[in-house]
Ligand binder design. Structure first.
Ligand code: DC
Length: 227
């Protein structure tokens, strides 16, 4: 049985990461949250007051950024930026509102994609993001495009933030979700697109278990077909 690459792309707050995590665990695959890498880069730029219009500053900063994923005691991935756990810091509304700007920069994408490809060179990986099936792994054996209505996504994100103790008005979250979709889909560099060979899953009316099971079934049929 040979390992495959599973690319999960789609709109913001569609539950790509939680789904990808669960699918990876079931298959015994590595999970990689590519959005966390763009978020950690955004945090570094913010902390170091990097001017986004300065390619020189960006290039120097990129050479100083080291992003790693380590596991917590339950085996869940934590994002480390230059040796520090930044998992909570990269999930704030401030980072969410700035990350689309940073991820639209070509030099940033080149640096991230290079690392992502290295992490997937042995296959057996589930990676979620915006350009995984289109740019990072165009030959991925299974490509999923996840979407859901903006209202449903904003509701889920609000609940998620509340569970972490962050109270954010619904309107603000909805605006962030809609704005990020717009920016991610219309940017020049690697815009979010549904590639022809991706399977679209609209999970507006689906339970989390249903979508996880659907992807596991699709993955298992690919893995078996690949024997
Ligand atoms: O998946 P996420 O919402 O944590 O991603 C945060 C942002 O990073 C998202 O708005 C767009 C960007 N991103 C990207 O451009 N390419 C990826 N492969 C993953 C994320």
């Amino acid at each position: 049985m040979s390992d495959i690459i599973i690319a999960i792309d789609g709109h913001s707050a569609t539950g790509k990461s939680s789904t990808a995590k669960k699918v990876a665990k079931h298959l015994g695959y590595i999970y990689l949250d590519s959005g966390a890498m763009y978020r950690a880069t955004t945090l570094y730029f913010l902390n170091n007051k990097i001017i986004l219009a300065s390619i020189d500053q960006i290039q120097k900063a990129l050479n100083k950024i080291d992003i790693e994923f380590r596991k917590d005691k339950n085996g869940l991935p934590l994002t480390f930026l230059n040796g520090k756990n930044v998992e909570d810091k990269i999930r704030t509304m401030e980072i969410s509102s700035k990350v689309s700007g940073v991820s639209a920069i070509k030099a940033v994408r080149v640096a991230m994609v290079e690392q992502q490809r290295k992490l997937g060179e042995h296959k057996g990986i589930v990676m979620d993001g915006r350009d995984i099936g289109s740019v990072v792994f165009p030959n991925a054996e299974l490509k999923i495009f996840m979407t859901a209505s903006a209202n449903v996504r904003a509701e889920r994100r609000q609940k998620e933030l509340a569970e972490k103790g962050q109270t954010v008005p619904f309107k603000e979250i909805l605006k962030n979700v809609v704005d990020r979709d717009e920016q991610d889909s219309t940017r020049k560099e690697s815009p979010l697109i549904k590639v022809d060979d991706a399977i679209e899953i609209d999970n507006s009316n689906m339970s989390f278990e249903e979508q996880v099971n659907q992807i596991i079934e699709l993955a298992e049929s690919k893995i078996t077909a690949d024997v």
